[in-house]
Design a protein around this ligand. Structure first.
Ligand SMILES: *Cc1c(COP(=O)(O)O)cnc(C)c1O
Length: 359
């Protein structure tokens, strides 16, 4: 067996211990004589799996009791629409655009109603985060929307915007469970788990109860948050196996010391890579230091041919999925929770060698 160092932005690396446990339990989950993929979502065994997963997530994130936790499907991209349908009941919400994913969320809101852009980083190609301390937010805006960590551009919002009393909604997909967050500052957090937490097919929504409307005329049952909130995410068949793997990852994080420990690990990995980039004469990071993501690290050589050569040689050396997103080019190393520091060290060593050989 040869495991590579996988720098994919998503679906992405998962903890080896979790994969091993899932493999061990594949044919016979805890004496059930079947895998989690084969059992009823109403069975006692699965009820325990989803109940424990929610309880562990609540403990990890210290989620207040007046918040619901939903396990949904449809892709995080569907939430760009359903969040607007459920929370912007007057058709108005204000958006902060810091990269590709907040742009896509805005696009869905434009289809459905009247969003307003109150800040954008488009002017410098999203290489920095605009000032968010005094925005022209509409009085009747239902919420202010952010993508807290832009997976493609590799920036992050370090200081939450001043929403002037409005509800804050955050897409945390590529930073979910990477560090502690104060859930009470948000009205809603959503995340596709395939970035930092589990297999694709599960989205987690954490939403303040009073923001879930009782009645939403014209909105299909499956797009109403109330449907799954009232049913404990079991209104219909949930993505059972994905929820099971997420549950294993939650336990893995707890064993390692929770989100404080994750933050420490993640910051150490990011520092290793950024420190290298900042002294390198060949490679350079594309985001200003104060707004850099600690999860997704984009970098370039400034020469497309050399980028290509680097990606090919890195891949051959077992450092895979290092190519930047097709919309921005260059390279991107996603260094999520499950990427060990040894992987980042191997990447930095390889970049050093490549630099020496290509002066
Ligand atoms: C990947 C990603 C999404 C979209 O996820 P899908 O499940 O593919 O729809 C949304 N937001 C962010 C920040 C992402 O990284």
């Amino acid at each position: 067996m040869a495991r590579v160092y996988n720098f994919s932005a998503g679906p992405a690396v998962l903890p080896e211990e979790v994969l091993q446990q899932a493999a061990d339990e594949m044919l016979d989950y805890e004496g059930c004589g079947m895998s989690v993929m084969e059992m009823s979502h109403r069975s006692a065994a699965f009820t325990k799996i989803i109940t424990e997963a929610e309880a562990d997530l609540r403990e990890l994130m210290n989620i207040p009791d007046n918040y619901k936790v939903l396990f949904l499907q449809g892709g995080d991209s569907l939430l760009f629409a359903s969040v607007f349908m459920n929370l912007a009941t007057n058709g108005k919400a204000d958006y902060i655009v810091t990269g590709s994913w907040s742009k896509k969320a805005l696009k869905e809101a434009e289809i459905l109603g009247d969003p307003k852009v109150v800040a954008t980083g488009a002017d410098d190609n999203f290489s920095s985060i605009p000032d968010l301390s005094d925005l022209d937010i509409r009085d009747d805006a239902s919420y202010v929307y952010i993508c807290e960590n832009e997976t493609i551009q590799g920036n992050r919002i370090h200081e939450l915007p001043n929403t002037k009393g409005h509800v804050l909604v955050a897409d945390q997909s590529s930073m979910f469970l990477s560090e502690p967050v104060d859930v009470s500052k948000y009205g809603l957090i959503h995340a596709g788990v395939q970035k930092n937490v589990g297999p694709s097919g599960v989205q987690i929504v954490i939403v303040r109860e009073d923001l879930i409307p009782d009645d939403l005329p014209g909105v299909p049952t499956m797009l109403r948050f109330k449907t799954q909130a009232d049913a404990g995410s079991l209104y219909n068949t949930p993505p059972c196996y994905g929820i099971y793997v997420c549950g294993l990852v939650f336990k893995w994080i707890k064993e390692l010391g929770g989100l404080e420990a994750m933050k420490e690990r993640n910051e150490a990995k990011a520092k290793l890579l950024y420190d290298f980039l900042d002294q390198s004469e060949l490679f350079k990071g594309t985001v200003v230091p104060e707004d850099r993501s600690i999860m997704n690290v984009p970098f370039v050589t400034g020469d497309e041919e050399l980028d290509k050569k680097f990606i090919a040689e890195a891949t051959a050396a077992g450092l895979v999925n290092i190519k930047g997103h097709r919309s921005v080019g260059g390279m991107r190393a996603s260094i999520y929770n499950a990427m060990p520091i040894e992987g980042v060290q191997a990447l930095v060593d390889f970049m050093g060698e490549f630099e020496a050989n290509n002066k």
